[in-house]
Design a protein around this ligand. Structure first.
Ligand SMILES: Nc1ncnc2c1ncn2[C@@H]1O[C@H](COP(=O)(O)OP(=O)(O)OP(=O)(O)O)[C@@H](O)[C@H]1O
Ligand SMILES: [Mg+2]
Length: 359
C-alpha cells in the first residue's frame, strides 16, 4: 500500500523548526512531497542556505514519517526560501504586523531580568547563563540577551557557534536546547565598533533590539555591560519594565556600588530586585552582598560560592546548572532563580498593569 499524502502532511505537522518554534507546515516550509511506492521524498525550504539545523530536520522528518502506514524509505532535500517567501514568513511570525515597531519586541507578559553590577569581572555572565539555564529547568520559556558590547562571552559559555539567521530583516536567535540566545557580539564587526558608541549608540541598540524575533518568552535574562555608563543607561531605557539583579563580590565597596546601582535604576526606570553575592568562600570571605542589599533596601537573594567548576563549565560551553545541578554553586544559583520566580508570583497577575490598547 502506498502511503497517503494527507497522512504524510499530517505527520509533518509535528516537525518543528528548532529556532522559530513552529511546525514547518505552518511556516510554509514544506516545498515538495513525492511518493513512489514506499519511497517518500520531502523537500523543505530553509530560511538560509547554510542552516546549521539540517540534522535536526533530518532526524525529525525520519522520526515522524516512520510510523506512517506504507512508508519504507524517507529522503529529505533542502531548498532555500526566496526573498518574497521570507517576507511572507516575517509577516506571519510578527502576527500580521508588517511594520517594525520601535523598541524591543516582547510580549507584555515577558519578564525582563537585567543582571548588572557596578564593576567588571564579578561573574555577571556566569550568573546570567546559569540563571537562564535554571529558569529553563523551571519550565519557563527563557531567552538570554548578551548585551555586553565590550566583551561578549555568552555564546562561548553556551557553546553556541551558529550565527543568528536573518529572515528578511528579522533576526532569529539560535538555540541551545530550550534556551534562546542573542548576542550583540554576533553583530560586532571589528571595523565598526564605533556604532556602539557615542551618538549612534542608542539608535544602534534600538534597531538591534527591535529586529530580534524572540517569539513567546516567559523570561528574558539580560547580561548587562559592566558599570553604569552610557551603554547600560541606553540599554536600560530600551528594556521595558526590567528588573535588575545586582551582582557583587563578598567585599564590595558597598556604598559606592549601591549609589551607582541606585542611580542606574533611577535613570532607566528599572526596579531593583535584589543582590546576589558571587565568589564567596574562604578566600574572599562573605557578607558584602547582604551589606549591599541593606544599603539598597532590597532583598538579598543569596551567595554563590567560589567554585572552579563554574568556570570550567563555562569554558566547556555547558552551564553548571545543567551538567551538575547538585554542586553547591549550581544549587545556590538555582535557589536564586527560584527566589526570582517567587517574586513574580508575589506580585501576582496585576504586576504588569496592561492598559487596554486601542487600535
Ligand atoms: N562563583 C564562581 N566561582 C569560580 N569562578 C567564577 C565564579 N563566578 C565567575 N567565575 C569566573 O570568573 C571570571 C569572570 O566571570 P564572568 O565573566 O562571568 O564575569 P563578568 O562580570 O561577566 O565579567 P565582565 O565584566 O568581564 O563581563 C570567569 O572566568 C568565570 O568563570
Ligand atoms: Mg561578562
Amino acid at each position: 500500500m502506498e502511503p497517503s499524502r494527507d497522512e504524510i502532511l499530517k505527520a509533518l505537522e509535528q516537525v518543528i523548526d528548532p529556532e522559530l518554534r513552529r511546525p514547518v507546515t505552518e511556516l510554509d516550509m514544506v516545498r515538495q512531497v513525492s511518493i513512489d511506492g514506499g519511497d517518500v521524498a520531502v523537500t523543505i525550504a530553509l530560511t538560509v542556505a547554510g542552516c546549521p539545523l539540517r540534522s535536526s530536520f533530518e532526524q525529525q522528518v525520519a522520526e515522524v514519517l516512520a510510523p506512517v502506514a506504507g512508508v519504507e524509505r524517507v529522503s529529505l532535500d533542502f531548498d532555500v526560501m526566496s526573498p518574497e517567501e521570507k517576507a511572507v514568513l516575517t509577516t506571519k511570525l510578527r502576527g500580521g504586523v508588517t511594520e517594525r515597531t520601535k523598541g524591543i519586541s516582547l510580549d507584555r507578559s515577558t519578564r525582563v531580568i537585567a543582571v548588572a553590577s557596578g564593576k567588571g569581572g564579578v561573574g555577571k555572565s556566569t550568573l546570567s547563563v546559569n540563571l537562564a539555564a535554571a529558569s529553563s529547568r523551571l519550565g519557563h520559556r527563557t531567552g538570554i540577551l548578551d548585551a555586553d558590547v565590550y566583551g561578549y562571552s555568552i555564546p562561548h559559555m553556551l557553546g553556541i557557534s551558529q550565527r543568528p539567521i536573518l529572515v528578511d530583516k528579522m533576526i532569529v536567535p539560535p538555540v541551545k536546547g530550550e534556551l534562546k540566545l542573542m548576542s550583540i557580539g554576533f553583530f560586532l564587526d571589528e571595523n565598526a565598533p564605533v556604532m556602539w558608541r557615542g551618538p549612534m549608540l542608542h539608535r544602534a541598540l534600538e534597531q538591534f533590539l527591535s529586529d530580534v524575533h524572540w517569539g513567546e518568552l516567559d523570561t528574558l535574562i539580560v547580561d548587562m555591560p559592566p558599570g553604569t555608563g552610557d551603554v547600560s543607561i541606553s540599554l536600560g531605557q530600551l528594556l521595558p519594565r526590567a528588573e535588575a539583579v545586582i551582582v557583587t563580590t563578598p567585599q564590595p565597596l558597598a556604598q559606592e556600588i549601591a549609589a551607582r546601582a541606585a542611580l542606574m535604576a533611577q535613570k532607566t526606570n528599572m526596579r531593583l530586585l535584589g543582590v546576589v553575592e558571587n565568589m564567596s568562600g574562604d578566600v574572599f570571605g562573605s557578607g558584602g552582598g547582604q551589606e549591599l542589599a541593606d544599603d539598597l533596601h532590597v532583598s538579598f537573594l543569596g551567595s554563590v560560592p567560589l567554585d572552579p567548576a563554574l568556570r570550567e563549565a563555562g569554558d566547556a560551553g555547558e552551564p553548571l546548572v545543567t551538567t551538575s545541578p547538585e554542586t553547591p554553586a549550581a544549587a545556590a544559583i538555582s535557589k536564586v532563580a527560584d527566589l526570582i520566580a517567587e517574586t513574580r508570583r508575589e506580585q501576582g497577575v496585576g504586576f504588569v498593569k496592561a492598559l487596554p490598547v486601542l487600535s
